[in-house]
Design a protein around this ligand. Structure first.
Ligand code: AMP
Length: 515
């Protein structure tokens, strides 16, 4: 068998100088320096520990720990040993962890020492045999045990179709589903992005990535980490995002990846300017829509156009604005399909829509996942008869192939029989003076089925009145699209990846119209 183990491919891309720094920590008491040789040795020790447990083939290894370099090593070691990595958001509480562990039946669980009591109880009850701890200060039983193992290890051979990871969808609506990603999905996507974004190996000038994203999610774990590892590029490693500290390290870096919220917070730093970014090559944004205003402000302040890309747990990356020329990056769009990825827009009857028309975004390619863990029926529902995955995102593709996302199909509001796309209304609301951002949702209405409701965040110092917002919209959009109620708030509820939790807003306002 040809080996398709993702770890082996990443390891083959390590630079010739194994004693060069691969990762430098930015927010530990003193900086820690990990060389490429350290990655090689510590992943070998952890993989040997995992091997010594003689787990069944393709065991899930569930991990809920704070972000640390050791947690990244654990991910790589799970791949190396040929098992399946299952990262869990650090914000998940007992009820959620119980669901994930019950659903995934991991053979091994790794958690923070402070959570061992309740996590191990859930895990042992669910039949998990091995529970280890890993803290963000390089302590815990996992590392204690790994220290007894040798530092050489032959990676397990894996096929391209073998599972590498199960990612539970971040679940802004409904119950989380485990997206099964293969070694082939992850490696092909990493290689496509390596070329598309012009990653530079040490002999080509050498990229330096500021890694400030969580590693329980596709953005930080796959896009950022694989990108740097495959380029043999150094990472400046932040366990937590701190805008001032990140801005201070920009002069040493060439690549930064963030969700839109991180860019907004960086713009709040007076030290963010052209000279701090003089050495930077690429700013990438994704995971949630970026406001055109943020895109424009960033360009004004730094001279750089943020490259926005679009992807999801089930598919890794799908589209990206062009790397070159930088002027071809269009704010408010997520760019054309990446090489090898098919993207199309269909209506609810499954008919192809012409350029510019809004419909459901469907995709296919070597990056598209194998299905939802133990949900064959759900998986079948989410694919078309001709094998395209229905993303659940609603959008359009223009004549140049640029994709614009308009919302989630579940967010679509149907009021009195008319379809309203929240993102369209949000676009108008955000243009009004004094508005920082907004979220538009549908809530039950006794006459119209659903009614449009807007929740608006005011700019600092601005005076905003909900009724005035609605009145201003009346002159611009069809009456059925005008929110029946506008609430002014200080901030929108967001999940860890910066996505607005519209389900919470819908819940909060569901009683408004007596339905
Ligand atoms: P997740 O699986 O948590 O990464 O969430 C994937 C979803 O995030 C996608 O289906 C989109 O709805 C949304 N998303 C990701 N990137 C973007 C983007 N650049 N603009 C708008 N929405 C995005």
């Amino acid at each position: 068998m040809t080996d398709h183990n993702l770890f082996s491919a990443l390891r083959a891309a390590f630079p010739a100088d194994l004693d060069a720094t691969a990762i430098e920590t930015a927010d530990t008491a003193a900086p820690l320096f990990y060389t490429w040789r350290d990655i090689e040795r510590s992943t070998a020790m952890l993989a040997n520990l995992i091997d010594s447990l003689a787990l069944p083939p393709a065991s899930r290894i569930a991990v809920q720990t704070e972000k640390s370099v050791e947690a990244l090593m654990l991910y790589l070691a799970v791949l190396r040993a040929g098992h399946v990595f299952l990262p869990l958001n650090t914000a998940y509480q007992a009820g959620e962890i119980e669901y994930f562990i019950g659903n995934a039946e991991p053979a091994m669980v790794v958690c923070a020492g402070k959570n061992f009591g309740w996590v191990s109880k859930i895990a042992f009850l669910a039949g998990t045999k091995h529970v280890f701890t890993l803290n963000d200060d390089r302590t815990g039983t996992l590392l204690d045990r790994a220290a007894f193992h040798g530092d050489t290890h032959t990676p397990a051979e894996r096929g391209a179709d073998d599972l590498a990871a199960v990612l539970y969808t971040s679940g802004t609506t409904g119950r989380s589903k485990g997206a099964m990603l293969t070694h082939g999905n992850l490696l092909s996507n990493a290689q496509v992005l390596h070329r598309a974004w012009g990653w530079r190996r040490p002999e080509e000038g050498g990229d330096v990535l500021i890694h400030a994203l969580p590693i329980f999610h596709v953005h930080g774990l796959f896009v950022a980490s694989h990108g740097a590892l495959l380029a043999g590029a150094k990472m400046i490693w932040f366990a937590r995002f701190d805008p001032r500290a990140v801005a201070a390290r920009l002069p040493e870096a060439t690549v930064f990846m963030g969700v839109p919220t991180l860019y907004v917070r960086l713009l709040g730093e007076p030290t963010l300017n052209r000279s701090a970014c003089a050495h930077m090559r690429l700013f990438v944004s994704g995971s949630a829509p970026m406001l055109v205003e943020t895109f424009d402000s960033w360009h004004q302040r730094t001279g750089h156009s943020i490259l926005e890309r679009y992807g999801m747990s089930e598919t890794v990356m799908l589209t990206s604005n062009p790397y070159r020329p930088e002027g071809a990056r269009r704010g408010g769009t997520v760019g054309p399909a990446l090489p090898g990825v098919g993207v199309r827009v269909h209506d609810e009857q499954g008919r192809a829509l012409p350029a510019g028309e809004i419909g459901g975004i469907e995709v296919r390619g070597p990056n598209v996942f194998k299905g939802y863990w133990r949900m064959p029926e759900k998986t079948k529902e989410e694919f078309t008869a001709d094998g395209w995955f229905k993303t659940g995102d609603v959008g359009k593709i223009d004549a140049d192939g640029y994709v614009t996302i308009v919302g989630r199909s579940k967010d679509l509001i149907i009021t009195g029989g008319y379809n309203v796309y929240p993102a369209e209304i949000e676009g108008y609301v955000n243009e009004l003076p004094g508005v920082a951002e907004s979220a538009v949702v549908g809530v039950p209405h006794k006459d119209f089925g659903e009614a449009v409701v807007a929740v608006v965040v005011r700019k600092p110092g601005a005076v905003l009145d909900g009724a005035a917002v609605a009145a201003a919209l009346k002159t611009q959009i069809a009456n059925f699209k005008v929110p029946k109620q506008v609430f002014v708030v200080d901030e929108l509820p967001r999940n860890a990846m910066g996505k607005v939790q519209k389900n919470l807003l819908r819940d909060q306002h569901k009683g408004l119209f007596g339905a």
